[in-house]
Each structure stands twice: as structure tokens, then as C-alpha cells.
Design a protein around this ligand. Structure first.
Ligand SMILES: *[C@@H]1O[C@H](CO)[C@@H](O)[C@H](O)[C@H]1NC(C)=O
Ligand SMILES: *[C@@H]1O[C@H](CO)[C@@H](O)[C@H](O)[C@H]1NC(C)=O
Ligand SMILES: *[C@@H]1O[C@H](CO)[C@@H](O)[C@H](O)[C@H]1NC(C)=O
Ligand SMILES: *[C@@H]1O[C@H](CO)[C@@H](O)[C@H](O)[C@H]1NC(C)=O
Length: 206
């Protein structure tokens, strides 16, 4: 029993110390959508509170239209100790944004802010990686989130990793700020927020 417990503790510790510190070249994120009004738009970091940013559509929240907010440069941090389950679906890692302060810089990882009363989750960059989401870019540079558990059948099955692309552009409200932002819909249903438009997110190296 003692051995089993210490093995478990070790496995848990090993999984929590995975370092996503292999930084990619810089890139922008572009919206791909059937909706012509947003297709080709880019994503920009938008202030949502102290050191917290969402991903705004660059052309949808400009204060000086028609000039868009500049597209933000992002990086993708992978790990040399974490296995890639399926190379064509993409390596696991953190989407990162460098927050520049007056006399400091902090690399922030994107996570999903989940509202228990909505199926629309808000991707946000936070200063701590505690809330970071593990995401991937597939072989066509599309951003996805992967999982190996499928609970839409009874009983749920696990095994093969699948990639999900549940990205939408939605008008969202967070901590007093209303923006048109990249959003993630939880589950396979339709977003309950009526402003949401289906999009995909493509990495374009700069
Ligand atoms: C991403 O990798 C770079 C280079 O190792 C590191 O400086 C940065 O802190 C990492 N960012 C996150 C959010 O882990
Ligand atoms: C990777 O995922 C794709 C798409 O789901 C699938 O067709 C392919 O068989 C997978 N490859 C491996 C090695 O599992
Ligand atoms: C923050 O990062 C930018 C771009 O990499 C760099 O030019 C600047 O000197 C950095 N500032 C600090 C305080 O490290
Ligand atoms: C962002 O766009 C939305 C929808 O067009 C608008 O309601 C909101 O006022 C805008 N917010 C800012 C800060 O410009």
C-alpha cells in the first residue's frame, strides 16, 4: 500500500511540474469564418482587469474606426517532457502573450474562464499558469483543444485523442468590459449567447 501511494504521489507531482518553456516563433492569430464581416480579422489582447486580457477581434472594438487595434503577437510554449498524442492534431502547449508593464514583463498563458450559468467560456490571459489551458495547433495551424474522453455516449469512452474547435466570436461581458471576443463553447451544443458566430482560429507566423 505504501509503495502504491508513493507511486501515485510521484506520478501526480511529475504531471504538475511539466514545464511549457519551449517558446515558438512569434505569430498573429487570424479568424477564419463563413461570416464575411469577420473572416480574416485578427485577434488583439484587450484589457479586462489588472494583468488580465481577453482576445478581442481587432476590427470590432476599435475606438477610432475604421482603424483596427493592432494584431497582437503571441507565442506557443511546448514542453520537451510532455508526449504529443497525435502529431497531426498538434503538440500540447500554452498560448502565451507577453504583458509589458512599466518596468516588468510577464509571459501569460491563456486559460478558460468558466461561468457555471453559461455554456460560453471566455479565453483569458492571466499572470499565473495555475489556470492555463493546454491547447494545440494542428498540422494546418488551426487552434484546438484535445481530449481522450467522450461523454456523449453511455457509458463514456476513453482512448483516442480527438481535437475540438469550438471557437466562436461573441459579444461578451467580463468585469465591466463589453467586447467582441474569441469565446469557447462548452460541449457540442449551440452557444446560449445569441451574438455568437462560429469561427476557427489560425496561426500566421510574423
Ligand atoms: C514561455 O517560454 C518562455 C521561454 O522559456 C518563458 O520565458 C515564459 O515564461 C513561458 N511562458 C509561460 C506562460 O509559461
Ligand atoms: C490522429 O488524428 C486523426 C484525426 O482524428 C486520425 O485520423 C488519425 O488516425 C490519428 N493518428 C493517430 C496516429 O492516432
Ligand atoms: C520587455 O520586453 C520587450 C520586448 O521583448 C523588451 O524590449 C523590453 O526591454 C522588456 N522590458 C523589461 C522591463 O524587461
Ligand atoms: C466592443 O464591441 C461591442 C459590440 O460592438 C460594443 O457593445 C462594446 O461597447 C465595445 N466595447 C468597447 C470597449 O469598445
Amino acid at each position: 500500500m505504501k509503495l502504491a501511494l508513493s507511486t501515485l504521489v510521484f506520478a501526480f507531482a511529475a504531471s504538475t511540474i511539466a514545464q511549457y518553456d519551449q517558446e515558438s516563433n512569434p505569430f498573429n492569430l487570424a479568424i477564419v469564418s463563413k461570416d464575411q464581416t469577420i473572416d480574416g480579422d485578427t485577434l488583439s489582447a484587450c484589457h479586462e482587469g489588472a494583468a488580465i486580457e481577453s482576445l478581442c477581434l481587432s476590427n470590432s472594438n476599435s475606438t477610432s474606426k475604421p482603424d483596427p487595434i493592432p494584431a497582437t503577437v503571441f507565442h506557443f510554449n511546448t514542453s520537451d517532457t510532455v508526449v504529443t498524442p497525435n502529431a497531426s492534431l498538434g503538440a500540447p502547449g500554452y498560448l502565451t502573450y507577453l504583458l509589458r508593464g512599466g518596468n516588468f514583463n510577464v509571459s501569460e498563458a491563456m486559460g478558460l474562464d468558466i461561468n457555471p450559468t453559461s455554456n460560453v467560456a471566455l479565453p483569458l490571459f492571466w499572470p499565473s499558469t495555475d489556470r492555463a489551458a493546454v491547447v494545440s495547433f494542428d498540422s494546418n495551424d488551426f487552434l484546438n483543444i484535445q481530449n481522450y474522453v467522450v461523454d456523449t455516449v453511455n457509458p463514456p469512452v476513453s482512448g483516442e485523442y480527438r481535437a475540438y474547435y469550438r471557437w466562436y466570436s461573441c459579444t461578451t461581458y467580463y468585469a465591466g468590459y463589453t467586447y467582441v471576443t474569441l469565446s469557447w463553447v462548452l460541449g457540442e451544443g449551440k452557444p446560449q449567447n445569441p451574438s455568437c458566430v462560429k469561427v476557427n482560429v489560425k496561426r500566421v507566423f510574423v
